[in-house]
Design a protein around this ligand. Structure first.
Ligand code: ATP
Length: 359
């Protein structure tokens, strides 16, 4: 099912917009993550798609049909919330079968379909257990099976993994991804965890203050963030930022970082033609030790942390601090001077006033 939001707004009482002029399309079978910091309007958006909240203005369309006035139960959706909300007195099988019972599906069919859904989430052996006898991850699987047993056209997930520990989170992430692909079901997931959104979704909608900031594939969000907000929000560890100056001379662009001037050959830059302050963004993975790159940066080692097979090094550059990854064999001492370099195509430039990308 294709979902379309057209100029959707939501206000609560006299407060400012919780969701502000949101327009986006989720294609049939697509997995979309709504990503943003707390209070940016993600859950409100999801609840409007579910029909639990009504938009203050604008339209929500399912396969080109306006559904603003359609009741949640008539929208053909399955939902999984952060709190799994299982019925404690019912077994796993009864919990999964509950939506079918409500639909008055005959008992035999109910059991057969619930068992199939349980198999899908790998709970086939635990059908007689009560929720209290299950781990957090298993409870989450029951909630997922219960959401898909009705064969909905749309799956809505509201922070479904936030109560799980780090290892289970990855396991369930893979599980949800597999099931979504197997069923080919249009899925919208709310999360504030950028890594989760970037690994699981086909497209990510980054929201801030009720507005849609950028809606792209994870790759594009990572490589071509539209502004400073997206750049600093997406990526682990986060992008480094250095203050610099952008200069245009004879139609060519140069970047100055800490007294060093580098030509930005081959990089399309939107400059105002004068010397202007910029924020230079470089991802930690794009920085290498040594001067064997287009842009070189001098700094002083501030902190060295072993992170598995490499070292994460925090470096002071003027008044800024940046991070990069070094090999364990590369001896590094606190207070030592080092030189780092990065290739020109990996450089991001932002207007420090508007935050807009200058690339
Ligand atoms: P979180 O990750 O913390 O859940 P969110 O991005 O999902 O945040 P929303 O829950 O959609 O954000 O909230 C957006 C804004 O709307 C917030 O300012 C919130 O306080 C407000 N809001 C949400 N629900 C209601 C409500 N029922 N009544 C009044 N204000 C609300």
């Amino acid at each position: 099912m294709k979902i379309e939001l057209k100029n959707v707004c939501k206000t609560f009482g006299k407060k400012s917009h919780a969701v502000n002029d949101l327009s986006m399309t989720i294609e049939d079978g697509e997995f979309v993550a709504l990503l943003g910091p707390s209070g940016c309007g993600k859950s409100t958006t999801l609840l409007m798609i579910a029909g639990i909240y009504k938009p203050t203005s604008g339209g929500i369309y399912f396969d080109d049909r306006l559904v603003n006035d359609v009741e949640p139960k008539d929208r053909n959706i399955g939902m999984v919330f952060q709190s799994y909300a299982l019925y404690p007195h019912m077994t796993v099988l009864e919990n999964i079968a509950f939506p079918l019972k409500q639909q008055k599906v005959p008992k035999e069919e109910r059991i057969e379909r619930s068992k199939k859904a349980a198999e899908m989430v790998q709970l086939g052996d635990l059908l007689d257990r009560k929720p209290s006898q299950l781990s957090g991850g298993q409870q989450q699987r029951v909630a997922l099976a219960r959401a898909i047993v009705k064969k909905p056209k749309l799956l809505l997930l509201d922070e479904p993994l936030s109560n799980l520990d780090a290892r289970l989170k990855i396991e369930m992430r893979e599980e949800i991804s597999r099931i979504q692909k197997e069923l080919g079901i249009t899925t919208i997931m709310v999360t504030h965890d950028q890594e989760e959104a970037m690994t699981i979704a086909d497209r990510v909608a980054v929201m801030k203050d009720g507005r849609l900031i950028q809606y792209s594939t994870p790759m594009e969000l990572y490589n071509r963030p539209k502004n400073y907000f997206v750049a600093q929000f997406v990526g682990t560890p986060p992008m480094n930022f250095l203050s610099g100056k952008l200069v245009e001379m004879d139609g060519k662009h140069f970047i100055q970082i800490n007294d060093k001037v580098h030509p930005l050959n081959g990089l399309a830059v939107k400059s105002n033609g004068k010397m202007q302050d910029v924020l230079v963004g470089i991802r930690p993975h794009d920085l290498k030790l040594g001067t064997d790159g287009d842009i070189t940066i001098e700094g002083v080692v501030n902190l060295v942390e072993p992170v598995g097979h490499s070292l994460m090094v925090n470096v002071k550059v003027g008044t800024d601090q940046i991070r990069f990854f070094a090999e364990p064999a590369q001896q590094m001492e606190r207070g030592g001077k080092i030189e780092l370099s990065a290739p020109i195509p990996s450089i991001h430039l932002f207007d420090p006033n508007t935050g807009e990308s200058l690339r």
